[in-house]
Design a protein around this ligand. Structure first.
Ligand SMILES: Nc1ncnc2c1ncn2[C@@H]1O[C@H](COP(=O)(O)OP(=O)(O)O)[C@@H](O)[C@H]1O
Ligand SMILES: [Mg+2]
Length: 329
């Protein structure tokens, strides 16, 4: 089974509005949907859609927690839910014709006893887990090195661990040498910007976009910090993979419009499945790009449009990049 850990799940509320969001004005909501979400839950949903055996381990509380339980069960996803005293959070996404605007609540305060219970449950799943995905933010009270600790536990049991996080939790997790990390460009930039001044790369967030060589170099730096494989996702520009077996750029021939929330989660799901099924990197990355693009085409996060996936897959361009040391020879 693939174990998706979701320490801070959320009830995702999506508002569709007919015209572009203007701060300070009011907007008519044309459609409301509500469902169990959070990155780890979204990863599990996509894996379930792909018929992969998946289990969610999550911290939940209150009415929101009950909604997560119901939502996972309705989706046919196995779940082990550890109850905490405060309610599970909501996230609100406002989707207008051009863009999506997201409001993230911090989540419930988790006690030391809650956290200890989660870690104990985590250990109990390791005898059947083939791969672990750790994704999303940490709720208040969970130690900032939570992902490092879980990565160490998982990998000590011989299970590859993938981490999709940002900031301190990601930075600290690197020390445990996770099998793979998947920052998006902004997350990679802020990670390296926090750690050191990296050829200006860390400071370019929001200004000019970095070149492909700069992104590869960033992936290499993140690898040097501990990750065995690094996939930096670059939105419509696809992804750069810096792996133990080579570097690749993969991009969809088609740019899609829709709801980009959850694209990264679909990418993580595809990479997780490709890892346990032993796909070579180029095919893993091709699947990752076609599935994440197909997530943009689907209006709700945690779901991919399988028709779009099948249409895009053959057109994904996967290019192996020459390594500097190979060019020097
Ligand atoms: N507009 C788009 N068209 C096609 N593919 C996209 C688009 N936006 C995102 N993707 C795909 O989704 C992946 C993850 O998106 P990205 O925005 O980088 O991550 P995150 O959701 O974590 O911020 C990208 O690597 C790319 O393959
Ligand atoms: Mg992401």
């Amino acid at each position: 089974v693939l174990l998706s850990v979701c320490l801070n799940p959320a009830v995702d509320v999506t508002y569709q509005v007919a015209s572009t969001v203007v701060p300070g004005s009011s907007h008519r909501v044309t459609q409301v949907s509500e469902r169990a979400g959070g990155k780890g839950v979204n990863v599990a949903r996509v894996l379930r859609q792909l018929d992969a055996p998946v289990r969610v381990l999550a911290l939940v509380g209150g009415a929101g927690g009950q909604a997560i339980r119901t939502g996972l069960s309705a989706a046919g996803i196995e779940a082990d839910l550890v109850e905490v005293g405060e309610p599970t959070r909501r996230t609100v996404t406002v989707v207008d014709p051009l863009d999506a605007t997201v409001f993230n609540e911090p989540g419930p305060v988790v006690t030391g006893a809650d956290w200890a219970a989660l870690v104990q449950r985590f250990r109990s799943h390791l005898d059947v887990a083939k791969l672990v995905v750790l994704s999303g933010s940490l709720p208040p009270g969970v130690p900032v090195d939570a992902y490092r600790m879980l990565t160490e536990l998982g990998q000590a049991a011989g299970i590859p661990v993938m981490v999709d996080a940002e900031g301190g939790p990601l930075e600290l997790a690197l020390a445990a040498k996770p099998y793979l990390v998947k920052p998006n460009l902004a997350e990679a930039q802020s990670l390296l910007g926090n750690i050191e001044s990296f050829g200006g790369f860390g400071n370019r967030l929001g200004s000019s976009s970095p070149t492909r060589d700069e992104i590869v170099a960033a992936g290499r730096r993140i690898q040097a910090l501990g990750a065995r494989n690094v996939v930096i996702s670059c939105g419509r520009d696809g992804l750069i993979a810096v792996t133990e077996d080579g570097d690749w750029h993969a991009v969809s021939a088609e740019v899609l419009t829709g709801n980009p929330t959850g694209a990264g989660d679909a990418l993580v799901a595809a990479l997780a499945l490709g890892t346990v099924t032993g796909l070579p990197w180029p095919q893993r990355l091709r699947d990752g790009v076609s599935m994440s693009a197909a997530a943009v085409a689907s209006p709700v996060a945690g779901e991919i449009d399988l028709v779009v996936r099948d249409r895009l897959e053959p057109g994904v361009r996967v290019t192996q990049l020459a390594r500097a040391e190979e060019l020097e020879r």
